[in-house]
Write a protein that binds this ligand. Structure first.
Ligand code: PRP
Length: 211
C-alpha cells in the first residue's frame, strides 16, 4: 500500500470530513486535539494529513503536494484547477448568490459594480448575461459594500442567509449550488489508483447508506 497525502480544509468542514475518514479506517492520532500542528502522519504510514486554508486545498492537490483533498465547489469554479473531482460529499451546502440592498432595484442601464471574493465566478455569471460589470475584489465582509455604496451588488456565499438579513440585504439571484468535493491529483490518480479509488469508494458507500 502506498501512503496517501490528504489536504483538508482547516475549520468545521474539514473536521467533519476527518471524522468521516476516521470512521472509514483512515484515522490519525492527534488530528483533532486542538494543537497548532498542521501535518499529521499515522503510525502505520497509510495516511498523512495536512490542515490547509480552505481556498488553498486545490493548489496543494493540483501541484501534487497532496494526492487528494476536500474543497468547496466555489473554489473549484473560481480557480478551475487541473484535478479530478471524485465525489460530491454533500457537506458544506450553500449557494453562490447575487445580493443587494432590500427593496433596491438593480439598475440595468449602467455598468454594474459587483463586490466579491469570487471575481471569476462573478465575471462568468454576468458575461453569460452579456452584462457589463466593474469587479471590486474584496477579501471579506463583502456585505458592507452595497450598504456603503461601494458596489451595487455582491456575489457571495449564502448559507443560512443570516448575514444578509442582519445587514438589510437580500438574494437577487442564485448563481450556483455549492457543496464540498473530494478531488484528486491527476498523477496520483494513476500511480496510487488503488489507494485513491478505495478511499473514494468507501466514502461513496457510506454517503449512500446515510441517504
Ligand atoms: C461566508 C460568506 C458570508 C457568510 C454567509 O463568510 O462570505 O459572509 O459566510 O453565511 P450565512 O448565510 O450563514 O450568514 P465566511 O463565514 O466564510 O467568512 P469570510 O467572509 O471571512 O470568508
Amino acid at each position: 500500500m502506498q501512503k496517501l497525502n490528504i489536504a483538508l480544509p482547516k475549520g468545521r468542514l474539514g473536521e467533519k470530513v476527518y471524522k468521516l475518514l476516521e470512521e472509514l479506517g483512515y484515522g490519525c492520532p492527534g488530528m483533532t486535539d486542538g494543537s497548532r500542528k498542521l501535518i499529521f502522519e499515522d503510525e502505520g504510514g497509510m495516511v498523512r494529513y495536512f490542515w490547509v486554508k480552505p481556498s488553498d486545498v486545490d493548489i496543494y492537490v493540483e501541484r501534487g503536494a497532496a494526492d487528494i483533498g476536500v474543497v468547496g465547489r466555489d473554489i473549484l469554479l473560481e480557480h478551475n484547477p487541473d484535478v479530478y473531482e471524485l465525489v460530491d460529499l454533500g457537506f458544506g451546502k450553500c449557494r453562490m448568490c447575487v445580493a443587494g440592498v432590500v427593496g433596491q432595484e438593480v439598475s440595468t442601464d449602467r455598468t454594474l459594480r459587483v463586490a466579491t471574493k469570487f471575481p471569476g465566478i462573478a465575471k462568468a455569471h454576468y458575461s453569460s448575461k452579456s452584462r457589463e460589470i466593474d469587479i471590486i475584489k474584496l477579501s471579506g465582509s463583502i456585505e458592507i459594500a452595497p450598504i456603503l455604496g461601494l458596489s451595487d451588488v455582491i456575489v457571495d456565499i449564502v448559507e443560512t442567509g443570516s448575514t444578509l438579513k442582519e445587514n438589510n440585504l437580500e438574494v437577487k439571484d442564485t448563481i450556483v449550488d455549492i457543496s464540498a468535493r473530494l478531488i484528486a491529483n491527476k498523477a496520483a490518480y494513476r500511480f496510487k489508483n488503488e489507494e485513491v479509488t478505495a478511499l473514494a469508494e468507501k466514502i461513496r458507500e457510506v454517503l449512500e447508506m446515510r441517504k
